[in-house]
Design a protein around this ligand. Structure first.
Ligand code: AMP
Length: 187
C-alpha cells in the first residue's frame, strides 16, 4: 500500500499509458488517465463526451476549466484518497496551478513527476501504430505541436521544484518500468 502522488509527463506516444498502468498496479493506487476518461465519455455519449469530441478528434486540448472539473471530481473519489497516479494531467501551466491548489487543500505535495523522454521521430511511428480512433496522422501531428508549446514547459517547472524524475523511454517496456520503479522506490 502506497500513499504516493505521482504525475506522468511526456509527449504523446511516449508510453505514459502503458507505464502508468503498470506502476499504479505495483503501488496499489489508481491510474487516472484523463484521456481515457474523456474517450469513455465520448463512447457513452454523455454531455461531457459531446462537449469534448470535436476537440479530441482535432488533437487539440480540452479547456482548462472543463479539465479542472473533471480532475477535481475524480480526485475526490475515495480510491484516490491515499495516493494516485495522474496520466495526461496536467498538460498546461494553468492545469498545474489547479493541481497545486487541489494538493494544497489535501495538504500533500506531489512525490514524483515521471518524465518519459522519447526521440521525436519515434513518437509519430508509435502513435500511428497503436490504431486509436483519434490517431489520424493530422491529429497526431497537432498533438505533438500542442505538447511542445503547452506541456513541455512543465518539465522545467517540476525540475525546479525537485520532483522531476527523467526516464529514458526509448527502451523496452520492461527496462523502462524498472527505471521508473527505481525512481519512485522509498528506500
Ligand atoms: P491522451 O490519451 O492523454 O493522449 O489524451 C487524448 C486527448 O484527450 C488529448 O489529445 C486531448 O484532446 C484530451 N485531453 C486529455 N487530457 C487532457 C488534459 N489534461 N487537458 C486537455 N485535454 C486533454
Amino acid at each position: 500500500m502506497s500513499s504516493q502522488k505521482i504525475v506522468f509527463l511526456g509527449p504523446p506516444g511516449s508510453g505514459k499509458g502503458t507505464q502508468a498502468q503498470r506502476l499504479a498496479a505495483e503501488l496499489g493506487i489508481p491510474a487516472i488517465s484523463t484521456g481515457e476518461m474523456l474517450r469513455t465519455a465520448v463512447e457513452d455519449g454523455s454531455e461531457l463526451g459531446r462537449r469534448v469530441q470535436g476537440v479530441m478528434e482535432r488533437g487539440e486540448l480540452v479547456s482548462d476549466e472543463l479539465m479542472a472539473e473533471v480532475v477535481r471530481d475524480r480526485l475526490a473519489r475515495p480510491d484516490a484518497e491515499h495516493g494516485f497516479l495522474l496520466d495526461g494531467y496536467p498538460r498546461t501551466a494553468p492545469q498545474a496551478d489547479t493541481l497545486d491548489g487541489i494538493l494544497k487543500e489535501r495538504s500533500g505535495d506531489l512525490d514524483h513527476v515521471i518524465y518519459l523522454e522519447v526521440p521525436a521521430a519515434e513518437l509519430v511511428d508509435r502513435m500511428l501504430s497503436r490504431g486509436r480512433t483519434d490517431d489520424t496522422e493530422e491529429a497526431v501531428r497537432e498533438r505533438l505541436r500542442v505538447y511542445r508549446s503547452a506541456t513541455e514547459p512543465l518539465v522545467e517547472r517540476y525540475r525546479v521544484s525537485g520532483v522531476l524524475r527523467e526516464i529514458d523511454g526509448d527502451r523496452s517496456i520492461e527496462q523502462v518500468e524498472e527505471s521508473i520503479l527505481a525512481a519512485v522506490s522509498v528506500s
